[in-house]
Unconditional design. Structure first.
Length: 163
């Protein structure tokens, strides 16, 4: 039962699989696999490097200095950043573990992203925000940046994005 060949990583470590370098990086969240093991395992984000493409997947995360630290480790930036935007309300409750549209836009700039692809929205109602609220708010914030933010692609479920 379970996964074969699973690799348990610590933050700031990398492994290679099928020609892709996979970095396990920090995030700001919590973890639990059972009833009594709160925060005994690392939560995290990932960077994938293959050929000339670098992709960052933010996982489930709140906003913290980890974005700046990752930006310093990858000064060349990312071809795309997949950052969560949903389940961001109410902020007083969600902020420690979930970035919202505003923070995703800020993080994509810190990470020197060539393309922001928002994720973690529209499937389940996990917060007080409506399923379509996060991408609409992100589009509004992005347009207010007048071209100073990384390009944004709000994709639909099942859509394929060419990098």
């Amino acid at each position: 039962e379970g996964f074969e060949n699973a690799v348990i990583q610590e933050w700031w470590t990398a492994t290679e699989y099928a020609g892709t370098k996979i970095h396990f990086l920090p995030a700001k969240h919590w973890s639990r696999m059972g009833l009594t093991d709160m925060n005994q395992y690392h939560w995290g984000s990932y960077a994938f490097e293959f050929e000339n493409i670098r992709i960052y997947f933010g996982g489930d995360t709140g906003f913290s200095k980890h974005f700046s630290e990752i930006g310093k480790k990858f000064p060349q930036g990312f071809s795309a950043t997949l950052l969560p935007i949903g389940a961001f309300k109410p902020r007083w409750f969600m902020e420690p573990a979930h970035i919202g549209p505003k923070e995703a836009l800020e993080a994509s700039g810190i990470l020197n992203s060539s393309l922001l692809l928002p994720v973690h929205w529209g499937t389940f109602t996990l917060g007080d925000d409506r399923p379509s609220e996060a991408p609409l708010y992100l589009k509004k914030l992005h347009s207010e940046k007048n071209g100073t933010a990384p390009p944004l692609k709000v994709w639909t479920m099942g859509e394929i994005i060419d990098l």
